[in-house]
Design a protein around this ligand. Sequence first.
Ligand SMILES: [Zn+2]
Length: 294
Amino acid sequence: MSLLVVALIGGCGSSTSTAADRSDPALASEESTTSSSSMTPPTAPSTSSDAVPATESPTAAPTPTIAPHLPRPLSPGLAGKVIVIDAGHDGGNASHPAEINQLVDAGNGVTKACDTTGTGSFDGYPEYAFTLSVAQQLAGTLRAAGAQVVMVREDSSGWGPCITERARIGNEAHADLAISIHGDGNDTPGARGFHVLVPVATAQNATMVPAAQRFGTLLRDSFPATGMPVSNYLGTNGIMARGDLGGLNLSTVPKVFIECGNMHNGDDLALMRSAAFQQNAADAIAAAMGSYFG
Ligand SMILES: [Zn+2]
């Protein structure tokens, strides 16, 4: 159980981190801008107060304002397309520190951990559960539109796969488009909103970068319909180019990441843990894909 606690407090794509994050490199995320290559396995915080700052109360979350259910996009352009959906992290990562801390070549001269635990809310809602829920609903919408969906993971019972494998799955599927779904965990006061992570050109991915950037812009434009605002703490107008992510550096097919919101912000979290927002997030991603394929 103590390892599960660790999994719930780790930063995801944050530019800042908790004291626990800084002392525990295993909590640094594939998306983290402050990730470490240390092999140190996770260790539990010594007291519960380490994990739950006094300013955060699980019972103080505001009532979310959920946007009405978005129209399901059934763009004819989605029919027959191969789309890879990569739900970030996995439920067993925290209990497999040796495996997820193994170093891998993330491309572009970067070496980093196989995967990370991801982040979560202070009261125990994990990022890996959020990402899987959105991924599953997105899969349903895309399949209804005639797309061929490949899921990187179907449940939260395993660990990994490594970021190298997450990229390889898309490449070997010859995906027309791939997306990695995440939630952030940033402790900067007032930091909230979503942002899209797009690739920069590397030796492996150069041919797909323009297409990924185009999709990233469409996704940035579609996602505010969920009620989640554009990030006020990372990126520029909701988009951030990253050359340190294995999932993007090693992908030969157009791929972006989305940080759907900040799970350490009460307003964002209230949205993110609601089934209605998760469905809307899936619909917004599908709408952007429909626009991408015309
Ligand atoms: Zn993540």
